[in-house]
Write a protein that binds this ligand. Structure first.
Ligand code: GTP
Ligand code: MG
Length: 283
């Protein structure tokens, strides 16, 4: 800062030129050379905390939309699932995938996305804040930038979207798999609840409060039964994207070079997915 302020006010003969510290010091007759001033202030760097993530662990960065209950109402998202919004999340995640080579797999549902970085990544020297802020800002920028591709006739969202992010380290493949299973189970539970809740309101004419009360204490089989017997809906027939969320992986043989990703809506709790993609856990 000190250096920049002084250079800004340097004389016309020196402007626009690369000028040595010595020459600037001579001109301003500094009592202390700038280099010394710099080193005098440099001690402030010691206040920065070391937030390096430990080596040889999977790094998962999960981001989550801030206040998306309000954001989704403001933009009249279809309840309980708006395909445009989910597809925009996936598109933004692909942008992050493209920019950060070390991402192995990503998983998204609702307003959240998890990015798994390979165990050996040296991205930003594994500094947590650098990695999370970069991914979250890239994602939020892409979400806004690509909005018109998914919300036809709208130039941009009505409010600025933002996402928080955290980085978590997982020491082995099993814990990583359990993490992803946890997010997918969360997707399943929320989606079954929301599908039944909104069916009771939209098709059954209940108020929000009445629907909530009706579902209190119910199990999955009860919700399936309500959907089937009262609304002729078979939960199994709901789109997989809504029930299972989206898995993103690199496509080894992409048909479209501009979109070299596989967008999968399949179970990742069981072994099948991992047996079909053994290369993912070898990274
Ligand atoms: P914070 O994350 O704590 O800031 O709160 P939040 O309001 O974002 O809620 P949370 O992340 O817990 O949940 C996401 C919310 O986004 C859901 O509760 C929905 O209200 C909304 N949402 C996400 N996807 C959709 C969608 O496809 N359709 C609709 N209608 N709403 C959605
Ligand atoms: Mg949220």
């Amino acid at each position: 800062m000190v250096q920049r302020e002084i250079i800004k006010t340097r004389p016309a003969s020196m402007r626009g030129k690369i000028v040595s510290f010595n020459r600037i010091n001579r001109y301003f007759s500094c009592a202390k050379p700038l280099k010394m001033a710099l080193s005098r202030f440099e001690y402030v760097k010691k206040f920065e905390l070391d937030d390096k993530l430990v080596p040889e662990c999977w790094i998962v960065v999960r981001l989550d939309g801030k206040g998306f209950s309000k954001f989704s109402d403001l933009h009249n998202f279809v309840k309980p699932n708006d395909k445009r919004a989910l597809d925009l999340m996936n598109h933004s995640a692909k942008k992050v995938f493209k920019e950060i080579n070390d991402i192995v797999i990503a998983y998204g549902q609702s307003d959240e996305y998890s990015f798994v970085l390979k165990k050996s990544t040296t991205l930003y020297s594994r500094r947590s804040a650098k990695i999370t802020t970069n991914i979250a800002s890239l994602f939020a920028a892409a979400y806004t930038f690509y909005w018109p591709l998914f919300f036809e006739g709208e130039e941009r969202p009505k409010m600025v979207p933002s996402f928080d992010a955290r980085a978590v380290q997982y020491p082995n493949d099993q814990v990583l798999r359990d993490y992803l299973s946890w997010r997918q189970a969360d997707c399943h539970i929320n989606n079954l609840y929301n599908t039944t809740f909104w069916a009771l309101i939209q098709k059954g004419g209940l108020s929000n409060q009445e629907a909530g009360k009706r579902l209190t204490g119910t199990f999955a089989k009860d919700k399936n039964e309500i959907l089937f017997s009262e609304f002729a809906m078979n939960y199994n027939d709901e789109p997989d994207q809504f029930k299972k969320g989206t898995i993103l992986v690199k496509d080894p043989n992409p048909e479209d070079k501009k979109n070299p990703y596989l967008e999968l809506y399949q179970d990742l709790i069981g072994d099948t997915f991992w047996e079909e993609h053994p290369e993912l856990l070898m990274k």
